[in-house]
Structure formats: structure tokens, C-alpha cells
Design a binder for this molecule. Structure first.
Ligand SMILES: [Zn+2]
Length: 93
């Protein structure tokens, strides 16, 4: 899918249409010291530690792409619904 770098869209904070910058949302780095991460590591430890079977044959062939829109006026960022596409690229020029 080819997508424009900027789109004109309504900003709920400014309460008007603005030309917003589009980028792709990426999840942050996982911290090993986070409580959920430590608990999961503890659960997986030892004999029979794998809690659920690893996916041998995933049903989906694509990953969702979440677009992150940034309003230039208020600098607020908005996530949009995910699009299932094999390839996501921005339009040039
Ligand atoms: Zn705004």
C-alpha cells in the first residue's frame, strides 16, 4: 500500500482541520525489569514452563500497520486503526 506522508484531517484538540504528518507507530523497547516481564520469566522457568503452545501455523500472513498522525499546531499525536497490508510505503514527492 502506498500512503501519503501528510494528510489533511480533523484535529480534536485544535477543533479544526490541519495538515498532519504521518508516520508508523512502533512499540517501545521491552524492559526486562518490568513487573510483567519478570513474572512471565518466573512462570516460564523450570520443567513444563511453557504456558501455551508456540504458534506452529499462524492464521494471519500480514501484520497490522498503525499510522501515527502528528498535528503541527498542537504537536499532539493520534493513533489510527490498524491496516492489514503486506507492504506499507510512503508516497514520494
Ligand atoms: Zn492540533
Amino acid at each position: 500500500m502506498r500512503y501519503p506522508k501528510q494528510i489533511r484531517r480533523y484535529c480534536p484538540k485544535c477543533k479544526k482541520h490541519t495538515t498532519q504528518k504521518v508516520s508508523i507507530y512502533k512499540a517501545g523497547k521491552r524492559r526486562a525489569s518490568a513487573i510483567g516481564e519478570r513474572r512471565h520469566a518466573e512462570d516460564k522457568k523450570g520443567y513444563g514452563g511453557q504456558k501455551f503452545p508456540k504458534l506452529a501455523k499462524p492464521a494471519k500472513v500480514t501484520k497490522k500497520v498503525t499510522r501515527l498522525l502528528t498535528c503541527p499546531d498542537c504537536k499532539k499525536k493520534f493513533n489510527t486503526y490498524g491496516l492489514r497490508v503486506k507492504k506499507f510505503e510512503f508516497l514520494t514527492a
